[in-house]
Design a protein around this ligand. Structure first.
Ligand code: LLP
Length: 428
């Protein structure tokens, strides 16, 4: 039996999200469907807030918008006092609509265009700067507009956590940040640059990391750099350790925000005593805030015995890219056969015209039939936000469940969304 997290339960053989039946949701909103549990989101927020509540320094959480950019979810997080980590003009646009406090919207990114930089400066948000070229552009646009811009450099800490290589970001070989041993020269340059206010240090080592040691290592690197930066006469306002705490995709356990806090707080307290300034700790969680809040429900179009047992559903890598892209594992259940004995091994595939369109491989499930509903767990992070219209497929709807109530928080796309912004030249 697949492990179900709190707020997801089985009733009379049917999967419920809080107090709502998954089958009723499909009837009302159609398939496929992303369904988010509000109580799970609140639980995740509380775990972070409580875990760091005893720190003797200020901690600010900047939600990583890339994980899930649904505005209702962003607003709920903003209402709980979160800031935002944005990685593009579009994410900044959404964060502004959601109403995050601007001084806690950090504009991240390793390749920002002049247009994006201008938008960030006009919005008066701080920047994480990834290169000296970017520093020059920010300084020159800020001078032109007559604004002062708070910046941190993103350091590359040269740390190798245990995770998928595509989502480790602090490796020597990864494209992000400035090598931590060389970054002091960038800070010297920044101090001399017009309209630039050096405010912090930024670091992020990767995603889906299930050990705490690399975060402690990264925090120590940040402090090593902080000591040097302070010698330049800078008052540091924040030290940002990034996001990356992994979640329990396989039901085998994962570190909690408590584990994270228990290791990071003492290091922060001890090492900040070496500093003259009193920086805040910024953390940018994405996956560990939204990942386990959401399931993807998808209807079985066909079951086929070929060289393997295939279950063909109506969601594919157009809606959930992680299995195809990273070989990621997501738990699956048959939402209308929760009490039935698992008997056969199936591979669940989507409708996309590619052999790699596999959502779950070789899973032991009850006998699956056409019309059954499959639920794919832990799809709240990097699920919808990485979706596409490939193969001319409309993106599905998103629903939020709160106890017994449901809210449609994104409509299913229409065919005119498939046409999009295309223009057919006259006389063609
Ligand atoms: N801050 C920065 C600067 C980041 O680059 C990221 C994620 C985060 C925060 C949030 O990390 P989280 O807490 O969510 O692990 N699409 C991949 C994950 C890519 C993560 C990229 N950066 C996946 O589906 O696993």
């Amino acid at each position: 039996m697949v492990h179900l997290q709190k707020y997801f339960q089985e009733k009379n053989g049917v999967l419920y999200i809080e107090d709502v039946s998954s089958l009723e949701l499909i009837k009302e909103f159609g398939s496929p469907l992303y369904v988010t549990s509000k109580k799970t989101l609140e639980l995740n927020v509380d775990s972070y807030v409580n875990a760091f509540s005893n720190a003797n320094f200020k901690v600010k959480f900047l939600y990583a918008v890339k994980a899930n950019n649904n505005l209702t979810i962003m607003k709920l997080l903003k209402n709980r006092g979160f800031g935002a980590d944005v990685f593009s003009d579009g994410e900044l646009y959404l964060a502004l609509i959601a109403g995050f406090e601007r001084k806690y919207i950090l504009f991240n990114g390793n390749s920002k265009s002049e247009e994006e930089i201008r938008m960030g400066i006009e919005a008066k948000v701080p920047f994480s700067v990834d290169s000296l070229d970017e520093l020059k552009t920010i300084s020159s646009i800020a001078s032109e507009i007559g604004e002062e811009v708070k910046i941190a450099f993103r350091i590359n800490p040269d740390i190798k956590p245990e995770t998928h290589p595509k989502i480790a970001t602090g490796l020597k070989t990864s494209k992000f940040g400035i090598p931590w041993k060389e970054v002091i020269n960038a800070y010297k340059e920044a101090i001399k640059s017009p309209n630039i206010v050096v405010s912090g240090i930024h670091c992020h080592i990767g995603s889906q990391i299930i050990e705490i040691v690399p975060f402690v290592e990264a925090l120590n690197r940040v402090f090593d750099v902080a000591l040097e930066v302070e010698k330049l006469g800078v008052e540091l306002q924040f030290l940002d350790i990034g996001g990356g705490l992994g979640i329990d995709y396989e039901g085998k356990g994962a570190p909690t925000p408590d584990d994270f806090a228990n290791e990071l707080i003492p290091v922060f307290e001890e090492r900040s005593a070496e500093l003259n300034s009193n920086p805040e700790l910024w953390i940018e969680p994405g996956r560990s805030i939204v990942g386990n809040t959401t399931i993807l429900l998808t209807k079985v179009n066909a079951v086929k015995k070929a060289y393997r047992n295939f279950v063909a559903v109506d969601a594919g890598f157009n809606l959930l890219l992680r299995p195809a892209m990273y070989g990621a594992y997501h738990r699956v259940v048959v939402a209308n056969k929760m009490n039935e004995e698992a008997k056969e091994v199936y591979t669940i595939v989507g409708p996309i015209c590619e052999s790699g369109d596999i959502l779950a491989e070789d899973r032991l499930l009850p006998k699956v039939e056409k019309g059954d509903i499959i639920a794919i767990f832990d799809t709240g992070a990097y699920g919808f936000s990485m979706s596409s219209q490939y193969n001319g497929r409309r993106r599905c709807a998103e629903v939020l469940v709160d106890g017994g109530r449901t809210y449609l928080i994104r409509e299913r796309e229409s065919y005119s969304d498939i046409v999009g912004k295309q223009i057919i030249p006259p006389n063609f």
